[in-house]
Write a protein that binds this ligand. Structure first.
Ligand SMILES: C[S@@+](CC[C@H](N)C(=O)[O-])C[C@H]1O[C@@H](n2cnc3c(N)ncnc32)[C@H](O)[C@@H]1O
Length: 210
């Protein structure tokens, strides 16, 4: 997006929460690939979507440093819970320290390990799922989770435009191939409705109809 327009959008959106501002800065200082973090614009969108749904239970695949988890947890219904899965155990304490700073420790449960091993063991029904793990595994995440989403519930998938590489079907980039296959697979599903929001790297909003 053009820089001036992006600045205008951010200037006319609610300012970033100071805890998230600090989390964003620390993520850039301390981690490789800091660009994986959601950031202000996408974070606000996730927060407001969550506030619209008012979910009892949220599942996130790919915690990283915890930015999106904090945003979505702010929309939980009273007594609700957000489960967030991260394969890299070195991120756990860092993310936990920011969940505490955000006052959300009691509603966020961190699960460490491979989402594809953990999801089948979860007994919870989810109102909202955020898929943001390894792009090559998006179809597997979707298949693992769809039966655990309540009818009328939502799955949101990040990076579904993959920097525009979705327009290059012959690409050899495995991540781009994963995203292209995921988007194609969704087109053939009968029990969902969906739309791509062209925000940041593309957010797919999927509603499970039945
Ligand atoms: C794009 S980052 C997540 C960013 C975070 N959701 C945010 O918006 O701030 C992706 C994360 O998924 C994790 N990941 C990749 N494959 C995974 C898997 N199979 N199970 C759980 N986590 C995984 C990576 O270690 C990485 O931290």
């Amino acid at each position: 997006m053009e820089k001036k327009l992006e600045k205008y959008i951010l200037d006319h959106s609610t300012a970033e929460d100071p805890v998230l501002e600090e989390l964003y800065r620390q993520t850039h200082i301390r981690f490789v690939n800091p660009n994986m973090v959601s950031g202000h614009l996408q974070g606000r969108i996730l927060e407001l979507i969550s506030k619209m749904i008012r979910p009892q239970n949220i599942l996130e695949i790919g915690t990283f440093t915890g930015y999106s988890a904090i945003c979505m947890a702010k929309g939980l219904a009273s007594g609700g819970k957000l489960f967030t899965i991260e394969i890299n155990d070195e991120l756990k304490l860092f993310a936990a320290s920011f969940f505490e700073k955000a006052g959300l420790t009691s509603v966020i449960e961190q699960l460490t390990g491979n989402a594809l091993d953990i999801i089948p063991r979860l007994k919870t029904e989810f109102d909202m799922v955020f898929i943001d793990g390894d792009k090559r595994e998006y179809i597997d995440y979707y298949k693992a989770v769809i039966d655990k989403v309540r009818p009328g519930g939502y799955i949101i998938a990040d990076n579904v435009l993959w920097g525009g590489m979705v327009l290059v079907p012959a690409t050899r980039d495995p991540q781009a191939k994963g995203i292209i296959s995921f988007n194609e697979m969704l087109r053939n599903q009968k029990n969902i409705e969906m739309v791509i929001l062209p925000i940041r790297d593309g957010l797919m909003i999927i509603r499970k109809v039945l």
